[in-house]
Design a protein around this ligand. Structure first.
Ligand SMILES: [Cu+2]
Length: 442
C-alpha cells in the first residue's frame, strides 16, 4: 500500500517546467498542504451520495455559468454542473456509485437556456418518472433526453449499470452545450469494489470468473480520472456577450485543451489548489514502483468529452487497457483476461477507457541486467542519484537538483501535438506528469 500523498511537489519538477514555460499561476511553498476537505492531493475526488441509505445514491446538481483560468493568464466563460448549491466548478462533479444502486440525480437549471443530463451508455433512465426520450421541435431533435427549463428542476433516475467509467454530459443542443463545458464522470463500482483493505477492483473480478486471477485490481490509493475536453474561446466569448447567433461552428478552432478542466502546467497542481478555485481536479499520477512502496497497479479512467479523438501517450511505460466503455476486455470462453498493452490510449469522442499502470524498476527486478555504462548516462536536474529508477542515491556534488527526494517524472500527453498547447504555445494543454517516488517515500 502506498502512502505518498504527504507533500505537494512544491520544489519539484513543477517549478522547473513552469519556469521554462510562461506566465503561470503561483505555486505554493514547500510543504504546503493545498488540498481542502482532507481530499488527497492527487487522484480521484468522488462526490458521494447525499443519502446514506444502502442501495441508493442521490445527487443534486446545478447547471450554471462561471469562469476558469488558463495557464497563459486568460479567463474563459464556461457552463458546467456543480454539486448542489456549491460554487461553480469545471468539469462537473465525479459521481461515484455502486452497481445496482437506485441512482437519483436532480438537476437544477441556473442557465438561461434549457439543458439536461445524458448518461452515456446507461439504459433505463427516467426523467421525472417518464422513460427517457428525445425531444423534437418542428420535427428536429432538440434534446436527446427530456430537458429542464431555466429556473426549474428535473430528476433523472436509473439503476447503476455494470461497473466501469461513464461520461455524463448535456443532451440538449449538444454541439454548443458540450463545447461550453457541460460534462463530468460517473464511476460505477462493483459490489466487491473493496476486495480487501488495500485492494480495489474496477469491474468486480469475482463476477468475471478469471479462475482466481484478480485482473482488474488496483491499489486503494491509486485511482485517477483523466477527462479530456477542449475550448474554442471565441465561441465562449460570443455566448458570454449574448451574441450566440453569431456562432459559426464551421470556423471552430479550439485553443485550450484540458485534462480534468485544466491545461498543463495547471494539470500537475494538486486537487483543490486554492489558485484554481473553479477547477478542483488535478491530473498528476503519483505512484511508486511495484514492489518498492506499491504492490498493486494504479488505475486511470479516461473519458473524452471533446469532439475529436485523443491519442493519449504515456512516456516510458505502456498502460494495460482493461476495458472500453465500461466493458471489461475478457475472452469469456476460457475465461481469460484480454487486456491490451498500449503506449497510445486512443480515446474516441464520447468513449471511456479504463487502464492500469504499473511502474516496474526494471534493473532492480532483474539484477543480472547490467547497469548502463556511465558514458551513456548524464546527470540532470531531475537525477535521482541512482540508475535504479525508483531509488534515490547520492547526487553529484555541486549539481543542481529540482526534485525533492529522488523522485522522477514522465510526461504523458495527447500525441496530437496541437492539443499539447495553450493558445498555440507548446508544452501545455492535454499534458501531465507521472510522478514516481523512490521506495523510501518522499
Ligand atoms: Cu511525448
Amino acid at each position: 500500500m502506498s502512502k505518498i500523498r504527504s507533500k505537494w511537489m512544491a520544489t519539484g519538477a513543477g517549478v522547473a517546467l513552469v519556469a521554462a514555460l510562461s506566465a503561470v499561476a503561483p505555486l505554493p511553498g514547500a510543504g504546503t498542504t493545498a488540498a481542502a476537505d482532507n481530499h488527497p492531493e492527487s487522484g480521484v475526488i468522488c462526490t458521494e451520495s447525499t443519502t446514506s441509505t444502502l442501495g441508493t445514491a442521490s445527487f443534486a446538481l446545478s447547471a450554471k455559468d462561471g469562469t476558469i483560468l488558463t495557464p497563459d493568464g486568460n479567463t474563459v466563460y464556461m457552463w458546467s454542473y456543480s454539486a448542489g448549491a456549491g460554487s461553480f466548478q469545471y468539469p462537473g462533479p465525479t459521481l461515484c456509485v455502486t452497481q445496482g444502486d437506485e441512482v437519483t440525480v436532480t438537476l437544477r437549471n441556473r442557465l438561461s437556456v434549457p439543458t439536461s443530463i445524458l448518461f452515456e451508455g446507461v439504459e433505463g433512465v427516467s426523467a421525472d418518472g417518464a422513460p427517457a426520450s428525445v425531444e423534437t421541435v418542428g420535427g428536429l431533435v432538440s434534446s436527446l433526453i427530456q430537458p429542464v427549463s431555466t429556473g426549474r428542476s428535473i430528476t433523472y433516475t436509473f439503476i447503476a449499470p455494470d461497473p466501469g467509467t461513464y461520461l455524463y454530459q448535456s443532451g440538449t443542443d449538444p454541439l454548443l452545450q458540450r463545447e461550453m463545458g457541460l460534462h463530468g464522470a460517473l464511476i460505477v463500482r462493483p459490489g466487491d469494489f473493496a476486495l480487501t483493505a488495500t485492494e480495489r477492483t474496477v469491474y468486480g473480478d469475482d463476477s468475471l470468473d478469471f479462475g482466481g486471477n484478480s485482473s482488474t485490481s488496483f491499489d486503494q490509493d491509486q485511482e485517477y480520472v483523466h477527462l479530456f475536453s477542449q475550448v474554442d474561446p471565441s465561441i465562449h466569448l460570443l455566448v458570454e456577450t449574448g451574441q450566440g447567433d453569431k456562432i459559426d461552428f464551421s470556423q471552430y478552432r479550439p485553443r485550450y485543451f484540458m485534462i480534468n478542466g485544466r491545461s498543463f502546467p495547471d494539470t500537475i497542481a494538486p486537487n483543490e489548489a486554492p489558485w484554481l478555485p473553479n477547477q478542483p481536479y488535478g491530473a498528476m499520477v503519483h505512484l511508486q514502483a511495484i514492489g518498492q512502496g506499491q504492490e498493486l497497479p494504479s488505475v486511470i479512467r479516461y473519458l473524452n468529452a471533446g469532439p475529436t479523438a485523443v491519442p493519449f501517450h504515456p512516456h516510458s511505460n505502456s498502460e494495460e487497457v482493461i476495458g472500453i466503455d465500461a466493458r471489461p476486455l475478457v475472452e469469456t470462453a476460457t475465461p481469460m483476461v484480454a487486456s491490451i498493452d498500449r503506449f497510445a490510449i486512443d480515446v474516441q469522442p464520447g468513449q471511456t477507457i479504463d487502464a492500469r499502470f504499473s511502474w516496474t524498476n526494471t534493473f532492480a527486478s532483474t539484477p543480472q541486467q547490467p547497469v548502463p555504462d556511465a558514458r551513456n548516462l548524464q546527470d540532470g536536474g531531475f537525477w535521482s542519484g541512482d540508475v535504479l529508477l525508483g531509488q534515490s542515491g547520492t547526487k553529484p556534488t555541486g549539481g543542481d537538483a529540482f526534485n525533492i527526494c529522488g523522485e522522477y517524472y514522465h510526461v504523458a500527453h495527447n500525441h496530437a501535438l496541437y492539443a499539447a498547447t495553450n493558445y498555440g504555445a507548446a508544452m501545455g494543454g492535454q499534458l501531465t506528469l507521472v510522478r514516481v517516488d523512490p521506495v523510501s517515500g518522499c
